[in-house]
Structure formats: structure tokens, C-alpha cells
Design a protein around this ligand. Structure first.
Ligand code: C2O
Ligand code: CU
Ligand code: CU
Length: 565
């Protein structure tokens, strides 16, 4: 086992040399199974605390059933996280009173954190720290799921820069239902660079976690499992903020820092103020931008975060501002749209929350003109400037796939094996399913460079399209939809976005809502869109997942792994 007591340098070097996440399985039950079958998820003995790890913060995090008031009348049964601070500063855990959301966890960059996860549910679970750069073994891979009643110990150092991350379950094929029933929370990292800015804090820094839910007449959550819901993702008809229906916040006439997270299973929002006031964006998934950006609206897909400077100064007492999701089109399959019957259609215009100025104050902080320094890579810094790692999205009637395959544990394609401590150019694109197997999907799209028969895909020759078999190209386009693609591990840069002809009209309804200047871990890829990213794979070896953060897609297998070795 590894020694966390070492200084950072030797610890990292050791991790680099020891193929963490694979070698650490040695001697654990199930290894043989894993080696031979490559399919079944082996069962591991839950990890215990290491006596050599000296935590700065220690937390017991439990998942259990509970009930909370959401709508008027009967309470709603949920699953929820609760946390007990065992060691460390008290700001590490902040409860959100009355909400099913987990408490806000707040860590400082450089802190060593130990978390005892206790499974108080009646099904297996595991928790993933979405956005954090941690060893594979600490990443909440489904491999590490624990049974009801069991405990699992995570130990890691916070290497991330300041930013908002997410903690949520990641068990095999059950992420969507567990998140839907309430298991999710915000994990904030702070650092010195951020502190020096004096951004609004305390009561002036407000988390805005957006989720849609469907209730029955007894106020209980309804989760629909049908094939159609799996294909398009699940959509509720009520939008909750921080676990509350009809969320309102009373504000002073001054600047606030609003920290958005899209915690919905599938719903994509186009955030904009009702009076046309532009959004001042100061950060995204991977923390602060270098400088603020002003946008008419922002697209926020499941798994994405957004840091907004909202200035209410100059507004009169009693005035209101409503954050809405504005109208847009093109994210659902044309065919799915016909069947999409939610009374709150995706892409329609509806309110999310109201901010009401209830107190006039004379003082307000000033928006800094520069925010942070981002360590940026150029294409020439990548190991593969002419040969991007493909992430091919394929959509069929019965299957949503990446690189032509459904999820299988420890089943890396040649293109999914990444040498540790390299920086990779990657390309996310639609493989347009229509075709069978190894047909080049769509000339002019993957075009020459990235066709499905291309060099990088050497090992993928025989892949089938699952349920997509037999559908024509037109049908393929009918199935095309937007996918928020999330990569575990370090944050990436977006290098370029380009779209297919024929999708411009829909694209025009969303195109100003993307931020390319910040670091990301989740990117919304629209139908017909191709996105190039640069992602570092430093420090840690092992299996790191990448998947669609439409959680129904994730659970139906639209997930793969990179084997960093
Ligand atoms: Cu937010 Cu692999 O997940
Ligand atoms: Cu993640
Ligand atoms: Cu998807």
C-alpha cells in the first residue's frame, strides 16, 4: 500500500510508478474474476483508514432514507446524505436546512481529507467527487461500491484549484435513481488566489442547485423507467432549487456570488434574467475564469457548474428579478420530441427562481477585472497533436454508446489507453448511427481525420451499433440529441467547437451560451457538433470513467473508461 505521509513530491512519484487503482487490487478477492471475465464488476473488501494518513479534515458521510418537506402537505420520501465533522474547521460541513441535498462540503486546496462513507441505504452505493482530481481508487468508481450497512474510507489530498464540485453516487447502473431520489451535494474548494479577490462570501455567496422532479398526488417522487425515458433521459415537471419548490431569495441591493449547479438527471437549462440583464460569469466547472465574461444567457447541462456575479445594486427595494430557462431547440431527438410529453417541455420558457430586493444598502464590492491565472496548454503540448483520442457518440433506438461500445468494466480499447503524465488532444463527435458496425459514419463529419475506420480505431473494427442496426442515416439524425460529456480526473480546456451543416438553425438558439475560456469537466455536445478538448492525465494511474452526464444515458451504458498507465 502507499504511504500518504510522504511529502507531496514523493507521494506523487510513487503513485505514478505503482499503477494505482489496478495494482492495489492485488490480493483482494475478485481479482481473478476481474482478470478473466473483464465484465463482471469484482467485489472488493471496502477500503479502511490508513494509519499513515494524517487528515486535516475528517468527515463521516452517511447515505440514508429520510423524508423532507418539499411541497405543501405531505413530506416526500427521499434518499439523502448527511455529514458529521469528526476533525477540522467547522466550515467544512454546512447543512442546508430542510433540504434533501447533502450538506455543503468546503475544503481548502492542499488539505488532506478523510471521508468515512456509510451506506445506510438498502442497496449498494459509492460516492464520486465530480470535478476532483483524486487517485483512481478514491474516485468513487462503481468497482468500490459498498453493500448496505458497510463503510468505505476515502483519503485524498485536495489538489484542485478553487471551484465548485459535486458529490454524488456512482454505483453500477443505479446512479440515476439514487441521484434522482436526493443523493447529491456541493463540494467547494477554496484557495489563496480566490481569497485574495474578496469575492462575496458568507450570506452573499449562494448555491443554486437546479433539479427537476415529478411528484404524485401524495407528494412522492415518481421516477419513470420506460424505454422512452431511458432514450431521452428523465424529465420532471417541477423545477426545484436547493431542494425547494418555488425558490425565492431575498437579497440586499449589492453584489452576490451565485454558484449554480445543474443537478438534474437530464434537463438542460438556458439561464437568463427575465429583464434581459446579461449574466456576468466569473467561473465554470473547473473554477474561476481569467476575467469575467458577459453573456446574454448560459446553457447549463447536467453536471455543469457556473459561477455568476449577480449585482443587485442600484435596484430599488421591492424590485424582483426572475431567473428563467429561456426558449431553445435542438437538444432532443426529433423523434423523441414527438414523444416528449412533459408538461414542462425541454426548451420551453419557464421560471427557475426569483430574487427579491428587500433591503437597500449603500455598499457593494466591485467586480475584479482579473480573476485567476489558468495554466493553459497548446495543441503542441499534447502527445497526439495530429491524432486526437476519439470520443464517438452513437445513438440508437435501444442503446446509447461511446466509441461504439456499451460500458464494460476494465475493457479499454487501444485508443482508451493513456500514458500517465501526458496531455491529450481529444475529439468528441457524433458517429451518426445509422450505419452498421464499422461503416464510416458520416463523411465530412468525422471527416478523414476521425472516421470510425481511422487508425486510432484499429481495435474497434467489428463494433456493432446495438439497437441501431438496420436504421438508415436519416433515422440516425432523427435520433441525434445533445449529450453532456463528462470526463473524470483533471479539468480540460475546450479548443474548438464546430457544427454540421443542417444544424445551424437549432444551434443559433444556444450558441452564445457556451463559455470556452474556463476549465471544464463536462461539456454539452449538441447534435451535429464536434468539440475538441485538451486534457491532462497527470499523477494517477488506473481506470478513470468518462460518460454522458444525462444519467439515464450513463446507466444504460453510455460510459467508458480510460486506462491511465
Ligand atoms: Cu458526475 Cu461520473 O460523474
Ligand atoms: Cu465525475
Ligand atoms: Cu447522453
Amino acid at each position: 500500500m502507499f504511504d500518504y505521509n510522504n511529502n507531496n513530491y514523493s507521494r506523487r512519484r510513487f503513485l505514478t510508478q505503482s499503477s494505482l487503482g489496478l495494482l492495489t487490487l492485488s490480493g483482494m478477492p475478485g481479482l481473478l474474476n476481474a482478470m478473466e471475465g473483464m465484465q463482471a464488476m469484482p467485489k472488493l473488501t471496502p477500503r479502511q483508514a490508513s494509519p499513515n494518513f494524517k487528515p486535516d479534515v475528517e468527515i463521516e458521510l452517511s447515505c440514508k432514507q429520510g423524508s423532507v418537506p418539499i411541497l405543501v402537505g405531505q413530506q416526500t420520501k427521499v434518499m439523502q446524505y448527511s455529514a458529521k465533522l469528526l476533525l477540522g474547521p467547522k466550515e467544512a460541513v454546512t447543512k442546508i436546512p430542510g433540504s434533501y441535498l447533502g450538506p455543503i462540503l468546503r475544503f481548502q486546496k492542499g488539505q488532506k481529507v478523510r471521508i468515512h462513507l456509510h451506506n445506510g441505504l438498502s442497496e449498494p452505493t459509492v460516492t464520486h467527487w465530480h470535478g476532483l482530481h483524486v487517485p483512481a481508487e478514491m474516485d468513487g468508481h462503481p468497482l468500490y461500491a459498498i453493500d448496505p450497512g458497510a463503510k468505505l474510507v476515502y483519503e485524498f489530498e485536495v489538489l484542485n484549484r478553487a471551484g465548485m464540485n459535486i458529490y454524488h453516487p456512482h454505483p453500477h447502473e443505479a446512479t440515476a435513481t439514487q441521484v434522482y431520489h436526493g443523493l447529491a451535494g456541493a463540494l467547494l474548494v477554496n484557495d489563496e488566489e480566490e481569497a485574495a479577490l474578496g469575492l462575496p462570501s458568507g450570506g452573499y455567496e449562494i448555491p443554486i442547485v437546479i433539479q427537476d422532479r415529478l411528484f404524485d398526488s401524495e407528494n412522492q417522487l415518481v421516477y419513470a423507467h420506460g424505454m422512452h425515458n431511458r432514450m431521452t433521459g428523465f424529465y420532471g415537471d417541477r423545477v426545484l432549487v436547493n431542494g425547494r419548490a418555488d425558490f425565492q431569495m431575498d437579497v440586499d441591493s449589492r453584489a452576490y456570488r451565485l454558484r449554480f449547479m445543474n443537478g438534474s438527471n437530464a434537463r438542460i437549462y438556458k439561464l437568463g434574467w427575465d429583464d434581459g440583464t446579461p449574466l456576468t460569469v466569473i467561473g465554470v466547472d473547473g473554477g474561476l475564469l481569467e476575467a469575467p465574461e458577459t453573456k446574454p444567457y448560459i446553457m447549463l447541462a447536467p453536471g455543469e457548474r457556473l459561477d455568476v456575479w449577480a449585482d443587485f445594486s442600484g435596484r430599488s427595494e421591492g424590485s424582483q428579478l426572475v431567473m428563467r430557462s429561456l426558449a431553445f431547440s435542438g437538444v432532443l431527438p426529433k423523434m423523441g420530441m414527438m414523444m416528449h410529453t412533459s408538461s414542462l417541455p425541454v426548451g420551453s420558457d419557464y421560471p427557475i427562481f426569483t430574487a427579491r430586493v428587500t433591503r437597500k444598502v449603500s455598499d457593494s464590492p466591485k467586480l475584479p477585472s482579473t480573476l485567476s491565472k489558468i495554466n493553459r496548454y497548446k495543441i503542441t503540448d499534447t502527445a497526439n497533436p495530429n491524432n486526437p483520442v476519439p470520443i464517438a457518440i452513437s445513438e440508437g433506438h435501444m442503446a446509447m454508446l461511446l466509441n461504439g461500445r456499451p460500458y464494460r468494466y476494465n475493457d479499454p480499447l487501444p485508443s482508451e489507453r493513456i500514458p500517465v503524465n501526458t496531455i491529450q488532444l481529444m475529439e468528441i463527435f457524433h458517429a451518426h448511427g445509422g450505419g452498421h458496425g464499422n461503416q464510416p459514419a458520416n463523411e465530412g463529419q468525422g471527416g478523414g481525420m476521425m472516421g470510425m475506420g481511422g487508425m486510432r480505431h484499429g481495435g474497434m473494427g467489428g463494433m456493432g451499433m446495438g439497437g441501431g442496426m438496420g436504421m438508415g442515416g436519416g433515422m440516425g439524425m432523427m435520433m441525434a440529441m445533445a449529450h453532456p460529456i463528462h470526463l473524470h480526473g483533471q479539468q480540460f480546456q475546450i479548443v474548438s467547437r464546430s457544427i454540421d451543416t443542417g444544424t445551424e438553425e437549432d444551434y443559433a438558439t444556444v450558441r452564445e451560451g457556451f463559455i470556452e475560456s474556463g476549465l471544464k469537466d463536462t461539456v454539452l455536445v449538441m447534435p451535429g457538433e464536434k468539440v475538441r478538448i485538451i486534457k491532462p492525465f497527470q499523477d494517477f494511474k488506473g481506470l478513470f470513467m468518462y460518460h454522458c452526464h444525462n444519467l439515464e444515458h450513463e446507466d444504460m451504458g453510455m460510459m467508458r473508461e480510460f486506462l491511465v498507465e
